[in-house]
Structure formats: structure tokens, C-alpha cells
Design a protein around this ligand. Structure first.
Ligand code: AMP
Ligand code: MG
Length: 486
């Protein structure tokens, strides 16, 4: 009998020796090893079927198709400023007086030959309008004086901007040309060729891939899809993720708990996290700390795409999860990670090494090169609510994302300055609930006051975790620390 776990002596007090019959070769691994193992396994899974949804309903879903540009982007040379379309060479010396020969507003099409810019000429142009032929830059209206008229009855005092002298004063034809006299503008600032407009096709050429298959749709992706006319998009089915809480002391939230009972919160926090990661939670309720019923519910959970268990993975006499999974011929990839909170976290699969066509329906392992449609991964998460939430973010999320068809995402920690010093014990990588505050560039982070891994109220007040490397015993105020955002 091999005990796959290791605890510091004082943590061992009150615990029974490992009762498990599982010879776990995986054992306890570092945080980084655990994460890598999950990423490696996640890379072997396949997403479910494809379905078509309305674009906005696709928010948070993973694209099962690439989104291509249906035409050049922008489809015409697009003014990026309100001002005048000019030839940059005409403004080599400033101030320069240009003849205003027309106006293009957004939505207008400047027909070459009818509205184009020749030497010494300018065309009034608005942001989003097509650049007329002949122009090679836009000068901002802020650098132009009001249009001047050669008409004797019109005042000549130029003001910056469009000025008051407009079509109403002078009258104009459809191109904005003065009908009473010629119209001029004085430009006070030169421009470089290409300035203040985006050339046709600069953002993307027709047929170019704008969004990859495997990308999760957010508001920016939705904007891209809308801009190419994709009112419906193909996405992968959300993976079904079974959530099973365990523990004789845990009751459902609408029950009145007895004096030694607590309400089930993990099934609900996990359901929310599953949904947030792109999955669909299937809550299987609460399994008692009793082998038979636990096994039944685990088997039911293995019908889903992924199984999450909470509780029952520590060293207690009634922590039966690993034993029951062992009876189901589970393979364990790790049975603990050197982290706190969440050290007893377990990751494995059922059906990995059973040959194709085996009676129990399990197919062979994808890692052996044979497809394994029935291989089911599971995570045994520690029951302490904060541990459950942290281990989900660190390890479960990448597996759900992969099952949802999403391209692999690297876990990135942000950085902020520590407001007050921290002292911790060495040996484990810690993810401590913390509050990131401040404003703009002056972010600072402080540990939340908490009573340990069961303190849900403290976690709800926190908005991130400070990540403390295993070798650090002290971190002083003002030092930069890593953050896992919540
Ligand atoms: P365990 O991992 O089973 O040893 O549980 C660790 C702690 O988490 C115990 O205090 C449990 O009562 C608590 N716990 C376990 N499951 C849940 C749950 N579903 N909701 C809230 N707390 C739980
Ligand atoms: Mg328990």
C-alpha cells in the first residue's frame, strides 16, 4: 500500500494514515508541474459538436469556425480625422492657402473626377468618410482657418476651425462649392503623406482570417463578426461538467442545517466558475461519506465531459474519494500540489488505459495515439471553499476551456505593489485572498483578513490572490508581488 500524500508533521495530527488502496505514482507535485500536467492532458481532449447561434448569444462561446474578412478593411481609404483632404506636398510651406473644392461626409462616395483633390486644392472631409482621389493626407480642422471667400461682401477675418462661413452664408452646390464665389482655407500646419487616414485594406484584406477557430467570443470578437456580416456564428457545444459535493455534514441550501451541519456552497461556486469558464454545470448534489452511494454518483458524473468533486480528498478516515475512484480504475496524474490553499487537489482520468472496444465502453488513451472518446477526466478538489475556488482557477479552468474547444491559454499573473508587509511559511506556493485598490497607475494590494481556507466571507470581500513563491518568508511593503485576478 502506498500513501501518495505528504503532510508536515503538525498537519498530520488528528488524521488517520492513508487508507487508500491506490498506488499513486503521481503523488505531490509542484504548482508548475501540476499546471503543466493539466495543460498536457487538456491538449489531448476534443470539443463537442458544433451549433449555430445568434451573434450576441455567442458571447462567451468558443468559435468553431474562423471569421474571415468579407471585403477589405477598411473598404476605402478612411479619414481618421475631421478636416481637409489635401496633397501633403501643397503644405511643404505653411501657412498655405488652398482652394476648397468640395466636402465629403461619412457615407458620401467622392466620385473621382467629380470630387477630387488637385494641386493647391482641398476637400472638406469628416471622420469615416472616403478620401477623395488625388488626396494623400488629411489635415485636422484644428489646423485650418475658417474657409475664406473671395466674394467682396463676405468678411475675411479667418478663425480656426470650420468657422461661421459655410454653405448657409454663401450658398453651395451639392459638392459644397460656393455658388457666390470661390472658397479657400488657410492651413497652418504641414502633414506627412499618409497622415490621418487609414489606407484601404490596411487592417485586413478580403478573405483574411480575423478571428481564429478556438477563440472565445468577447465583445471585441462580436464587433469583428458583426463587421463582416456574421449575424449567426458556429460555436462548440458547451462541455457538461458534473459537480459533486461530498460530506456527511453538508446539506442543501434550502435545508435547515442541524447543529453540526453546514450548507453546500461549493456546488454553487463551482457551477458559477464552470459557467464562467465556458462549461455547463450539472449539479449532482451531495454524496455522503459512504462508499456505495459515492461510487454511484461518481459513475453518474463520469457520463458528463468532466467530473468535479469537492471534499473527501484529504487524509481523514472518511475521505473516500480517491479510494472509490481507485476502485473505478482511475489513473492519477497528481494527488496533491505544493500550494496553499488547495494542497490535497487530485487530478486523474477514468478509462484511459482500457483498450478500444473493451466491454466497459472505455477506449484507449489518446496519448498512446489511439482516440479515447470515453476517457473522462476528473478533479478532486479540497472541500474548504476557498481551496475549491482557487484550485478551480489554477487547474480546472484550462481543462474546461479545452473541452469547450478554446485554444490553450497561458496563466499569467499580474503585478502590483504590496501595501503592507507579509510573513509566511516557506515550502508551498501560496495564493492568498487580497484586495487590490488604488486608482489608475497607483494600484496597491493588501492581504485580506481571513480565518483560513473556510472563510468564504473574506474571499467574497477580496478581489484577487497574492501569489507568494514557496521560498519567500517575508515580503516587505512596497515590493512588487504577483497577482491572480479573481
Ligand atoms: P474535506 O475536504 O471533505 O475534508 O472538507 C474540508 C472542509 O470543507 C470541511 O470543513 C467541510 O465541512 C467543508 N466543505 C466540504 N464540502 C463543502 C461544501 N460543499 N460546501 C461548503 N463547505 C464544504
Ligand atoms: Mg469531507
Amino acid at each position: 500500500m502506498t500513501c501518495g500524500k505528504w503532510w508536515p508533521a503538525k498537519k498530520r495530527a488528528g488524521y488517520y494514515p492513508c487508507m487508500s488502496s491506490i498506488a499513486s505514482t503521481a503523488g505531490i507535485v509542484s504548482f508548475e508541474q501540476a499546471r503543466r500536467l493539466v495543460e498536457q492532458h487538456a491538449a489531448t481532449v476534443s470539443p463537442g459538436e458544433v451549433e449555430t447561434v445568434d451573434l450576441v448569444a455567442g458571447l462567451g462561446r468558443v468559435l468553431a469556425e474562423g471569421i474571415l474578412a468579407d471585403r477589405d478593411f477598411p473598404p476605402f481609404a478612411r479619414a481618421a480625422r475631421d478636416g481637409y483632404a489635401v496633397r501633403a506636398a501643397d503644405l511643404a510651406e505653411v501657412p498655405a492657402r488652398l482652394e476648397v473644392v468640395g466636402e465629403v461626409k461619412a457615407g458620401d462616395w467622392p466620385e473621382p473626377g467629380v470630387c477630387s483633390v488637385g494641386r493647391g486644392q482641398a476637400v472638406g472631409i469628416m471622420t469615416g468618410a472616403p478620401l477623395p482621389a488625388g488626396a494623400d493626407a488629411v489635415v485636422m480642422v484644428e489646423y485650418a482657418s475658417a474657409a475664406l471667400s473671395s466674394h467682396p461682401n463676405v468678411a475675411q477675418n479667418a478663425t480656426l476651425g470650420w468657422g461661421t462661413l459655410g454653405r448657409d452664408t454663401l450658398g453651395s452646390d451639392t459638392l459644397g462649392r460656393d455658388t457666390l464665389g470661390e472658397k479657400f482655407v488657410e492651413i497652418r500646419c504641414s502633414v506627412r503623406t499618409g497622415e490621418n487616414f487609414v489606407p484601404r485594406g490596411a487592417e485586413a484584406l478580403a478573405g483574411q482570417l480575423l478571428l481564429d477557430r478556438g477563440r472565445r467570443l468577447d465583445h471585441a470578437g462580436i464587433a469583428v463578426a458583426a463587421s463582416v456580416g456574421k449575424s449567426r456564428v458556429q460555436v462548440f457545444r458547451r462541455p457538461r461538467v458534473a459537480v459533486l459535493s461530498t460530506g456527511d455534514e453538508v446539506v442543501e441550501m434550502d435545508a435547515t442545517p442541524g447543529p453540526a451541519q453546514i450548507r453546500n456552497s461549493n456546488s454553487y461556486s463551482l457551477a458559477a466558475q464552470v459557467q464562467n469558464a465556458g462549461g455547463e454545470a450539472v449539479r449532482l448534489g451531495i454524496a455522503p461519506d459512504e462508499r456505495g452511494r459515492l461510487r454511484e454518483l461518481i459513475e453518474e458524473g463520469l457520463d458528463c465531459d468532466l467530473l468535479l468533486l469537492t471534499g473527501g480528498v484529504s487524509m481523514g478516515k472518511y475521505d473516500l474519494v480517491e479510494q472509490v475512484l481507485g476502485e473505478l480504475k482511475a489513473e492519477f496524474y497528481f494527488t496533491g500540489a505544493e500550494i496553499q490553499p488547495g494542497r490535497p487537489v487530485v487530478f486523474g482520468s477514468c478509462g484511459a488505459d482500457t483498450p478500444v472496444g473493451a466491454e466497459d465502453g472505455f477506449a484507449a488513451n489518446t496519448r498512446t495515439g489511439v482516440s479515447a472518446p470515453h476517457e473522462k477526466y476528473f478533479f478532486g478538489l479540497p472541500g474548504n471553499p476557498v481551496s475549491t475556488m482557487v484550485t478551480f482557477e489554477l487547474f480546472v479552468r484550462p481543462m474546461i476551456e479545452a473541452l469547450a474547444g478554446q485554444a490553450p491559454q497561458r496563466l499569467i499573473f499580474l503585478r502590483a505593489r504590496l501595501k503592507s508587509g507579509i510573513r509566511t511559511k516557506t515550502g508551498l506556493k501560496r495564493f492568498l485572498p487580497a484586495v487590490l485598490s488604488g486608482e489608475f497607475e497607483n494600484a496597491e494590494v493588501e492581504l485580506a483578513r481571513w480565518q483560513g481556507s473556510g472563510d468564504i466571507a473574506a474571499l467574497a470581500r477580496a478581489n484577487c490572490y497574492v501569489v507568494i513563491p514557496p521560498e519567500r518568508e517575508r515580503i516587505e511593503a512596497g515590493e512588487w508581488v504577483s497577482l491572480l485576478m479573481r
